[in-house]
Design a protein around this ligand. Sequence first.
Ligand code: SF4
Length: 291
Amino acid sequence: MTMLRAESVTLGYARNPVVHDVTLDITEGGVGLIGESGSGKTTLARAFLGLLTPMSGNIWYGDQTLKKSDLRKFRKDVQPVFQAEALDPRMRVGTSIAEALPRAARSRVTELLEQVGLDPDLATRRPHQLSGGQRQRVVIARALAVGPRLLILDEPTSALDVTVQARILDLLASLDTERLLITHNLAVVERLCRTSHVLFAGRVVESGPTGDLLAAPAHPYTLALRDAVPKLGGDPPQAKGRTEAVPAATGCAYRLRCPLAVPECERPPAPRDVQGRQVACHRAEDVLGVT
Ligand code: SF4
C-alpha cells in the first residue's frame, strides 16, 4: 500500500532546483532513500514532511495532495526522527516526551521510555546526562508519542558508535510503524527497507527491491556505493576522481565519474525497467553483467 507519493516533483531553494522531476512511492515494508551528501535525499524528505512545497509536481498523501489534505492529521501520522542533537538541552527527558503527547495521555511517558528500551527513571535527566544512544532513543520515543503511521528517519544512527547503531537498528526493526529511511549507508537500508531508491544529483538513478540492488546493482553509482559500503558507523563513501555532477542537459549527470561512460552518455538516460527495477543508465545491462 502506498502511504505517500511524490509525483513528478521538482524541489529547490530560492528557485534553484536540487531535486528534478522525481516520482516515487513510500510503500509498506520500509523504503530507503540512498545517496551521498547533496544528492537531494534530505530535500525530498522535507517535502514528504510537508516542510517544503514543490516547485512543480505534487506530494500525495492517500488520495489527496498535501495541499488539500488535513494537515493536522497528516502531522500526527507522519513523524520525523532526526539526530539526537535536536533535543532541547534545557528540557528534562520526560518533559520533552510529554510535550509531544496529548494532555490526557501524559502518563504514557513511562510506557514510551520502556518501548524504546530505556529505564523510566531517565525521565528526570537532561539530554547531556545521557549517552548518544540513549538520546537517540528519546528522539524515537518522542516521535512515537502521537502514534504515527510513518517515521521519516534522517541518518538516525550516523552519529553513534557501531554497537549502539546496531541496537538502535534492532529497535527500529522491531517497531510496527512504517519507515522512510534517509541514509548514505547501504548496510542500514539492508536491515530496515524492503524497497530502495538511489539518488544522484537530485535524480533517482535506480529503484527496486533492496536485496536486488545490493546483490546486483544495475547502475554504476549504486555499484560504487555498494562496493564502498562502510561498516556500521563508518564515514560516507568517498567518490574517486571528479566529484561534480554534470547538468542533465549535457548528458548523464554521473558521466564525469562513471567508469563505463561512452559517447551515448552525452544523452540523458531516461529511467527504464531492467530486471525488475527502474534504472536510468544506458548501460544497465552491462553493469548487471559485471555484478
Ligand atoms: S548513462 Fe553512461 S555515464 Fe551515465 S551511469 Fe550509465 S554508463 Fe555511466
